[in-house]
Each structure stands twice: as C-alpha cells, then as structure tokens.
Write a protein that binds this ligand. Structure first.
Ligand SMILES: Nc1nc2c(c(=O)[nH]1)N[C@H]1C(S)=C(S)[C@@H](COP(=O)(O)O)O[C@H]1N2
Ligand SMILES: [Mo]
Length: 427
C-alpha cells in the first residue's frame, strides 16, 4: 500500500518528521498516529501507550543490523558486505555450537525474506520424476533425523599463508558444530528417482549477487552422488531445535559435514542432478580448489592443475582456557577443546607445552554421531614459572596428524590445518 510504504520510507529517511507525524507533539501514540502505525504493522498495538517515541517498530525495520547482532554475540566480523564473521576459539567450548556462536560465511546478499510456508525445493536433472517439495512435504514424506555436524569453511586459517592469499582472512573460527535437523539428502533424491547417468549434484539458492545483478549466480556448488548418499548428508530445516536463522540459510540448507562449508548450500531452492561434475559458479577455476600437486609458495597455477577440495583434513581447537590465561605453579591446568577430521574420525589428540619436544595424550571422547567433532580434555602440570604455549595436535584414524606449521601453500589459501596454540603464563 502506498501509505504504508510512505510512512516506512519516511522513518528511514527522516525519523524525526515521521515521529512528529505518528507520535504528535507530546510524544504519545494516539489518534491518527496510532491508526497510521497500526496500519503499517498490520494489527492493533495493545501497548501503544508504552511505545517510546522514536522507536521504529521491528516489523518496519527493513534492514536488520546483522553485523551489530553478530558483534554483540562475540563474533569477529571480517567483512560486512557480504557478511562474514568468525568465532573466537574460547567461545567454541560447547560440544554443540549454539546458533548465535556459529560462524557466518556469505558470498552474496542474504534473501530478504525466507517464508518456510511458501518455500519450495525442486529436484531436477538426471532424475526420473523432477519434483518440487514444500518444507512441510519434506518433513512429512521423509524420515526426520537430528545430528551434530561440523561445518568448516575451506578457507578457515587463510590468515596463515605467506605470501597471503586474497579473501577473508579467517583465523581459527570458521568452524561450528551445531545440531541439525532435517531429512536425508539421499531419501529426497531417491523419491525423485535417480537416473543411472547421475554422478554429481548442483545446488541453487535464493541469495543474490553483491552487484545487484539478478542474473548473476552467487554460488552454486555441489557434491558427488556418493557423498549425497551418506547417512549424515542432510537437507536441514532446523538448527539446534529451532527454525534455521536467516544467517545460516533459512528455511532450508544442505549440511555436508566434513567437506568445505561451501558444499553446504544455504537458502536452498533447487538441486540439479548432473551427469557430470557440476560446473556451477565457484566449482570451476580457482575457488574451493587446490593444486593437484604441491607448488612453491606464490607460484602461478593453471586452472587445469587445480583439483576440487573434498573431505577436509584433520584439525583441532583449544577452547579452554582463553589464550593469555594465567596458571598457578603447582596446580594442574585443565585444557579442553574439539577435534575433527573430514569424513574420518579422530584417533588421538596430543598436547605439548615445550614446542613439540614432548607430547602427552589428551583424553578424547567419541563423536555422538559420524560428522560431529569430538571433545578432548587434558590437565597439564608446569615445571616452573614462566611463559608457555600449549599446542594441540590431532591424529585421524588413518594415522594422519596435523602439521605444527602451515601446510602446503595454495593460491586461494585453503586447508590450513596447522596446530592451534594458546599462551599461558605460570606464576
Ligand atoms: N547460498 C549460499 N550458501 C552458502 C554460502 C553462500 O554464500 N550462499 N556460503 C557457503 C560457505 S563458503 C560456507 S563456509 C558455509 C557457511 O555456513 P554458515 O554461514 O552457516 O556458517 O555456507 C555455504 N553455503
Ligand atoms: Mo566457506
């Protein structure tokens, strides 16, 4: 309606004048002002008498201050256009990452609204029966499962590469392990009837390109059919028991644990089943790819020599104490964290306080389900007062361990799984 839009715009452009119009001289919301405001929010406002002048009703606030909200939750914002924010290590101490503490990685602009009631997901391509599902139909037709699954950005740790790689300079916090509820990706594919020629999937979504060009796809990645068929590859509609928040892909996203986070498409509205490796945006070229063979730091690598990143390597994080902690001599320090290993499980976590000269085993919990990170703890005695660094190193079930220093350089700075360390002063 024109009137609604007018008031809304007036609030954005000239809040004082809008206030004068709506609240009147004495700052009270009544009469014509009340009617106007109620019309704009679409309902009567029972507590209008308590509504402070100058308050723009949440229903009107078109632009949510995502960056402000993320900062308030303790995340470090790396970029605000598009929004990218990571979680400081000590805020990742929970076994299951609360939604507000899960890093956010956007390649484009989030959809303006994501109404779960009208949202649809289309499966087409190499399927016998191209099908479109509502979210309610997915819930009704397929078995609903909930599991803790880790999502880590392929560029987590990028800050460590030298020469630097361009892109968000993630340190250690582009990892989260929330509890995801949804249906199995494979059940949905089976319902559409997978054709013999199907080998890969391609994901499409409702976010838009930062340029504003509606024809430009922000990101369209996919996964090999074999990964799509696994028990823990989900099309999720809930995160930690609640509808997925907008920042994490409301109302529907892929969760493809252990693979680069980019394979977990948010705001999912189409899966194109392909007869070849998907060639959507950020599948080809340099994105989410690494040299098929090691290269010298800073080398130019031809696109043909790059390979798609699949499972991520073994990694761990120290989440307690926070770096910079003080410890008392004669008292053991309890250290805690998590470890994960792509499609594999973690076999051991070891701790050193002498820069790797000696190691002691941490006690390591099993994962609650495959695809979740595992939690470890250790208590450490210190031999004398002074400055120490506690380093953690995880080893996967194939015997592959984290490197202590930054591993193979690659042009876009992916897969830095070097050991995490914290500073501790013992007095
Ligand atoms: N539609 C869409 N899905 C997306 C992205 C995106 O920009 N658009 N970013 C991807 C990347 S690179 C990562 S690491 C994960 C991050 O998920 P999160 O923001 O919930 O942590 O989402 C992936 N899914
Ligand atoms: Mo990512």
């Amino acid at each position: 309606m024109r009137g609604e839009r007018g008031l809304h715009e007036l609030y954005r452009d000239d809040p004082e004048r809008a206030d004068a119009l709506v609240f009147g001289r004495r700052g009270l919301l009544k009469g014509a002002g009340l009617t106007a405001m109620a019309a704009v929010v679409g309902a009567a406002i029972p507590f209008a008498r308590h509504m402070p002048a100058g308050l723009i009703p949440a229903a009107l606030a078109e632009e949510t201050d995502w960056v402000g909200l993320l900062r308030a939750d303790g995340l470090s914002v790396l970029n605000d256009r598009p929004i990218n924010a990571e979680t400081p290590a000590h805020l990742l101490d929970d076994d299951v990452t609360p939604s507000r503490l899960h890093f956010v990685r956007n390649n484009g602009v989030m959809p303006e609204a994501a109404d779960a009631g009208s949202w649809t997901l289309t499966i087409d391509g190499e399927v016998a029966r191209p099908t479109t599902f509502t979210v309610a139909e997915l819930r009704r037709r397929f078995k609903v499962v909930e599991m803790a699954l880790q999502i880590e950005c392929g560029g987590n740790g990028r800050y460590g590469f030298d020469p630097p790689a361009r892109g968000n300079q993630w340190t250690t916090g582009a990892i989260g392990n929330s509890s995801w509820t949804g249906v199995r990706y494979r059940d949905v594919l089976h319902a559409a009837g997978i054709k013999p020629g199907a080998v890969y999937t391609g994901h499409y979504s409702a976010d838009t390109h930062p340029s504003g060009d509606p024809d430009k796809v922000v990101i369209s990645r996919g996964i090999p059919l074999e990964k799509a068929m696994r028990d823990n590859t989900l099309i999720a509609f809930a995160m930690n028991g609640q509808a997925i928040p907008m920042t994490h892909g409301a109302p529907l996203r892929v969760v493809s644990p252990g693979w680069p986070g980019s394979t977990s498409q948010k705001w999912l509205n189409r899966i194109w089943v392909r007869d070849r490796v998907h060639d959507g945006r950020k599948m080809t070229g340099m994105s989410y790819r690494v040299p098929a063979r090691p290269v010298a730091p800073g080398a130019d690598v031809a696109k043909e020599d790059m390979a798609i990143i699949e499972a991520m390597p073994v990694k761990s994080l120290i989440t307690r104490p926070k770096t910079g902690a003080q410890a008392r001599l004669g008292k053991r320090l309890v250290v805690r964290g998590h470890a994960w290993a792509g499609d594999r499980s973690v076999r051991a976590v070891d701790i050193t306080i002498d820069f790797g000269a000696t190691w002691r085993a941490a006690s390591l919990e099993p994962a609650p389900n495959p695809g979740s990170w595992q939690t470890w703890t250790a208590d450490i005695p210190f031999p004398q007062a002074g400055y120490y660094e506690v380093w953690a190193r995880a080893t996967d079930d194939h015997g592959v361990a984290q490197p202590m220093v930054v591993p193979g350089w690659n042009p876009r700075g992916y897969l830095n799984n070097s050991c995490h360390r914290i500073a501790v002063t013992v007095t």
